[in-house]
Design a protein around this ligand. Structure first.
Ligand code: NAD
Length: 501
């Protein structure tokens, strides 16, 4: 069902009440207006209607947030023991689950992702991330060392929180990305100034309220909403911020890295774009592969950094696989995520819709065959048909660039040489995720070594577990989020050397 209005949705009372509120910035434990008094409308990408407004901050609000975060870092938060930090994180997880219906509806309304995914996948993942990181709070330790310097020494390392961190989020998974950033920073003992994406601030603001309810001291988690070019820049250039963690496009990531270096050489970690390869061998379980391929590129209308957007299928099974993926694409129901029965929602905005449609047109112009899809849907909302393109390859825009929409580029291979197959998969400036579909464990493990990406999945395309490090090779980023590895981003090591004699 397309061309709906906001009134067609059945909202729970909690969601309706939340939308009706005047949302402020979260600074020092209080919801406050922007100093300028400015507000910004927030839209539902399925109906294009305004759903609420939030405060639109400027650099002066970021400054207040940084001061609050610094005061909390040196004051109340420094007095909280690791065990208490873990308890607070667990309580946040409990409150996320207890308020799961409301958070899922807000996420669906704001990001366009179908409600059943927000309710069944996102809420679980967000709560799980807080619980996983709760466990780490008491396990962040240093080492003892045996120096060979003359004399007698007692030497050890302290692993300490990095300080006040600025966290900048994208719009595709607003709640998950918030959890991936907030939970490890709190576990490590840092304080936070968080900037959600301009279009999708609602769930981050709600999580900040729940965190206070869970016992997080005021000033530890501050949320500022507004434009990346203004407050994002204010965060990356602020001398009072010690580290920036960013998730978003490679282009903005490079700009952020430059600002972090030229301001106060603050530490920076980057989770950036992708153009992830999917490689299917003839011995694979083809039905499972087809389901995995379709899921990886069409889930959330392809607005997934790890989306499997470059498909390489062995010649022997190419026709069968591409036909079956196209049949699945055709069968997917596209429509507002708030109404039941839809597999794909809209893309986030008119600008994103235009960008994806222009990629499809460029693909056609460069000789790609549209196997299925390729059209915009409905008069209202930013809907696009799940699309499969064949006859694509290196040098074509649709193959080389991240589209961030429901568009798959299918290619065939016939070489048996794994190095040649890996070279094709690696022919991209990105290196975020990948998948290999085969029953041959030797092929799987050898390719896993050769593929240049932060994640290699075998007989699956996604592995969204809090314990697995996540991040990019090449221009897909710096650093790893999730797993124990993320703690390296939020802590620093101090060597203490004591001359005993
Ligand atoms: P984006 O780069 O446009 O924006 C990301 C964030 O940066 C937003 O909060 C935005 O307001 C802010 N920003 C914009 N200009 C800024 C500036 N000058 N200074 C500081 N901040 C600024 O990305 P997007 O369109 O929101 O998200 C899509 C991109 O994110 C895709 O490329 C996708 O692959 C990537 N992504 C990566 C991961 C990952 O884990 N690797 C996860 C999700 C999304």
């Amino acid at each position: 069902m397309l061309d709906v209005t906001f009134k067609d949705y059945l909202l729970t009372p909690a969601t309706a009440a939340y939308l009706a509120r005047q949302h402020g910035l979260m600074i020092d434990g209080q919801s406050v207006a922007a100093l300028s008094g400015k507000r910004k409308a927030i839209y539902d990408p399925a109906s294009e209607e305004e759903i609420t407004t939030v405060a639109e901050s400027g650099a002066e609000d970021v400054d207040l947030a940084v001061r609050a975060a610094r005061a909390a870092f040196e004051g109340a938060w420094a007095k909280v023991t690791p065990s208490q930090r873990g308890r607070i994180l667990n309580r946040i997880a409990d409150l996320i689950e207890a308020n799961g219906d409301e958070l899922a509806e807000l996420e669906c309304l704001n990001s366009g992702k179908p409600l059943q995914f927000c309710r069944n996948v996102d809420i679980y993942g967000v709560a799980d991330m807080f619980r996983y990181m709760a466990g780490w709070a008491t396990k962040i330790t240093g080492d003892t060392h045996n120096p060979s310097m003359p004399g007698e020494w007692h030497a050890y390392t302290l692993r300490q929180p990095v300080g006040v961190v600025g966290q900048i989020l994208p719009w595709n998974f607003p709640m998950n990305m918030a959890a991936w950033k907030i939970a490890p920073a709190l576990a490590a003992g840092c304080t936070i100034v968080l900037k959600p994406a301009e279009a999708t601030p609602l769930t981050a603001l709600r999580i900040a309220e729940l965190a206070l309810e869970a016992g997080l001291p005021a000033g530890v988690l501050n949320v500022v909403t507004g434009k990346g070019s203004i407050i994002g820049d204010a965060i990356t250039n602020h001398p009072g911020i010690d580290k920036v963690a960013f998730t978003g496009s490679t282009e903005v990531g490079k700009h952020i890295a430059r600002s972090c270096v030229s301001s106060n050489l603050k530490k920076v970690s980057l989770e950036l774009g992708g153009k992830s390869p999917v490689i299917v061998f003839p011995d694979a379980d083809i039905d499972a592969a087809v389901a995995g391929i379709a899921g990886s590129i069409f889930f959330h209308a392809g607005q997934v950094c790890a989306a499997g957007s470059r498909l390489y299928v062995h010649d022997k099974v190419y026709d069968r696989v591409v036909e079956a993926v196209a049949a699945r694409a055709k069968a997917l129901k596209v429509g507002p995520g708030m109404l039941p029965g839809h597999d794909l929602g809209p893309v986030i905005s008119r600008a994103q819709h235009e960008s994806v449609m222009s990629y499809i047109e460029k693909g056609r112009g460069e000789g790609a065959e549209v196997v299925t899809g390729g059209r915009s849907l409905g008069q209202k909302g930013y809907f696009i048909e799940p699309t499969v393109l064949a006859n694509t390859g290196p040098g074509m825009t649709v193959h080389d660039e991240e589209i961030f929409g429901p568009v798959l580029c299918a290619m065939r291979f016939d070489e048996e040489d794994l190095a040649g197959i890996a070279a094709r998969a690696n022919a991209s400036p990105y290196g975020l995720s990948s998948s290999v579909w085969t029953r041959d464990i030797s092929v799987a493990h050898r390719l896993a070594k050769m593929i240049q990406s932060g994640i290699v999945n075998v007989n699956a395309h996604t592995s969204p577990d809090a314990s697995l490090p996540y991040g990019g090779y090449k221009q897909s980023g710096w650093g790893r989020e999730r797993g124990a590895e993320v703690l390296d981003l939020y802590t620093q090591i101090k060597a203490v050397a004591v001359k005993l004699a």
